[in-house]
Design a protein around this ligand. Structure first.
Ligand code: 4AD
Ligand code: MG
Length: 415
C-alpha cells in the first residue's frame, strides 16, 4: 500500500526503526528494517522529524501490538514536506494559551480528533433528527437589520441602508419560514459581542433553531427533550471510541432520556436561594444558580416561565401569570448549564409592538416581523440549541473553546 501522512512519533534501535504516521483517519506504524532497505531510504528515515509529511510504500498487516493496530513493512519512503525541529507542539505539557495560539497545530492531536468526531456525529444527528420528522432546513441571513437578542451586537456599515448587525439568531426569519413551511430549522453561525470570559461563551457559535407552527410551549419542550436525547444516544452509539479517548463517564450520558425534569422559574429561585444564592425573583439565573439547580438531578432540567423582564421581547406573555412569559431554558446535567433557550412566540400584534417599544428597539426594523402577526397570526414555538455547549457537555470538556475548531472569544481572533 501507499500511505500519505505526517510523522507523529519516531523510534530507532539502529537496525530497526519505527515511524508512527497520522493520515487524518487514524495512525499506522511504519517499520524500517535497515538490511531490507536501499541505503538512501534508510538515510531518509534518519532525517525525519515530527510532522514531516511523507509518503511510504510497503506491505501492510494487522498487528495488535502496533499503535493503530496495523504495521507497514516499508519498502520506500519519500519526504514531501520537511518540518523544522522547532515544531511548536512537543510531547510535553503546554499551557492553554500556547495551545490556542497554535490551534492550527493543536487540532492534529488525538484528543482533538476525538472531539471533532463527536461534533461531526452530533451535526449529522441533528440533520437526521429533523429530516426524519419532516422539518425543512432554512438558511437565514447573517447580515441583519433587526436585533434578535439582548446580548452584545457586532455592527457594520451597510451601504446606504445604515447599520447592519451580525445575526445573534436566525429565529425571526425562522418564524416567517414556519408560517410558510410549517416545521423548519436553521443551522448556522451566530454572533454575540459578549465581553464575558466564561467557560461557556464564544463570540461566534453555531446554533440550531427549529420553529414549529401550531406548537405551544409544552409541545416545544417535548420536542427539545426528544431532540437532546436523540443526540446523546447517537454519540453513545457511534462515538464510543472517541468518548473513551476523552475519558468521558458515559454512565452519566446513559441517563439522558425523556421526560426531563420540569421546574417553574419561581420554584427554581426558591431552590437556589435555599442553597445560598442571592438571586431574587425577577432576575435571570446565572451559571452558579444553574449548577445549583441541576445538582439534584441526573437528567437535564427545564426551567420554565421566566419573568418577562429577564427575557427577550418576542416571548409570549403567560396567560396564567402575565408577569412571566411562556419559555424554557434547558439545563444540561453535571453543571454544564443552559444548552437551549426556547419559547412560545408572542402572536398578538399589539402586545408584540408594546414589548418592542418597552425594550427600546426600533419598531421600523421589525415591520416584516410584525406582518406575521397582522396577516394570519398563528400559535408557534421554537428554540435554539447551542452546538458548542452541547458538544462540550457530551464530550465532558472543561471549556467550550475546545468544542469549535477555531474559537472566537473576546481576546482571540487568531488563528
Ligand atoms: O438563549 P439564546 O440567546 O436564545 C436564542 O437565541 C433564541 N433566539 C433561540 C430560539 O428560541 N430560536 O441562545 C440559545 C442557545 C443557548 O442556550 C446556548 O446554548 C447558546 O445558544 N448560546 C451560546 N453559546 C456559546 N456562546 C455564547 N455566547 C452563547 N449564547 C447563547
Ligand atoms: Mg438563553
Amino acid at each position: 500500500m501507499t500511505l500519505h501522512g505526517w510523522i507523529t512519533h519516531l523510534r530507532s534501535s539502529g537496525k530497526v526503526a519505527f515511524a508512527v504516521i497520522r493520515d487524518g483517519t487514524g495512525i499506522a506504524q511504519a517499520v524500517f528494517v535497515k538490511t531490507a532497505l536501499p541505503a538512501e531510504v534508510w538515510q531518509r528515515f534518519a532525517s525525519l522529524t515530527l510532522e514531516t509529511s511523507v509518503m511510504v510504500r510497503g506491505e501492510v498487516r494487522a498487528d495488535a501490538r502496533a499503535p493503530g493496530g496495523f504495521e507497514i513493512s516499508v519498502a520506500d519512503l519519500e519526504i514531501i514536506g520537511p518540518s523544522p525541529l522547532d515544531y511548536p507542539i512537543q510531547p510535553k505539557e503546554h499551557g492553554i494559551d500556547f495551545l490556542l495560539d497554535h490551534r492550527h497545530f493543536w487540532l492534529r492531536s488525538n484528543r482533538q480528533r476525538a472531539i471533532f468526531l463527536v461534533r461531526n456525529e452530533i451535526e449529522q444527528a441533528i440533520h437526521d433528527f429533523f429530516y426524519e420528522r419532516g422539518f425543512l432546513r432554512i438558511d437565514t441571513p447573517i447580515l441583519t437589520a433587526a436585533i434578535g437578542e439582548r446580548s452584545g451586537l457586532f455592527e457594520t456599515d451597510y451601504f446606504e441602508e445604515g447599520k447592519a448587525y451580525l445575526a445573534q439568531t436566525g429565529q425571526l426569519y425562522g418564524e416567517a419560514a414556519a408560517a410558510a413551511f410549517g416545521k423548519i430549522y436553521t443551522f448556522g453561525p451566530t454572533f454575540r459581542a459578549e465581553k464575558s470570559k466564561t467557560r461557556r461563551h464564544l463570540t461566534e457559535f453555531w446554533m440550531i433553531e427549529p420553529e414549529v407552527a401550531w406548537y405551544d410551549s409544552a409541545a416545544n419542550m417535548r420536542l427539545q427533550e426528544d431532540f437532546v436525547s436523540y443526540l446523546v444516544r447517537r454519540a453513545l452509539d457511534r462515538c464510543a471510541d472517541s468518548l473513551k479517548v476523552l475519558e468521558r463517564d458515559v454512565t452519566k450520558l446513559e441517563a439522558v432520556k425523556p421526560p426531563f425534569v420540569r421546574l417553574d422559574y419561581s420554584e427554581a429561585v426558591e431552590i437556589v436561594r435555599q442553597k445560598g444564592s442571592v438571586t431574587t425573583w425577577g432576575e435571570d439565573l446565572g451559571a452558579e444558580d444553574e449548577a445549583l439547580i441541576v445538582a439534584d438531578y441526573d437528567k437535564p432540567v427545564f426551567v420554565m416561565n421566566y419573568p418577562k423582564q429577564a427575557k427577550a421581547f418576542y416571548m409570549k406573555e403567560n396567560p396564567a401569570d402575565p408577569r412571566t412569559v411562556l419559555c424554557d431554558d434547558c439545563l444540561a446535567p453535571e453543571g454544564y448549564g443552559e444548552i437551549i433557550g426556547g419559547s412560545q412566540r408572542e402572536d398578538d400584534y399589539d402586545r408584540l409592538v408594546r414589548r418592542i417599544k418597552e425594550e427600546r428597539l426600533p419598531v421600523d426594523a421589525y415591520d416584516w416581523y410584525l406582518d406575521l402577526r397582522r396577516y394570519g397570526t398563528f400559535v408557534h414555538s421554537g428554540f435554539g440549541l447551542g452546538l458548542e455547549r452541547t458538544v462540550a457537555w457530551i464530550c465532558g470538556l472543561q471549556h467550550i473553546r475546545e468544542a469549535i475548531a477555531f474559537p472566537r472569544m473576546m481576546h482571540r481572533l487568531k488563528p
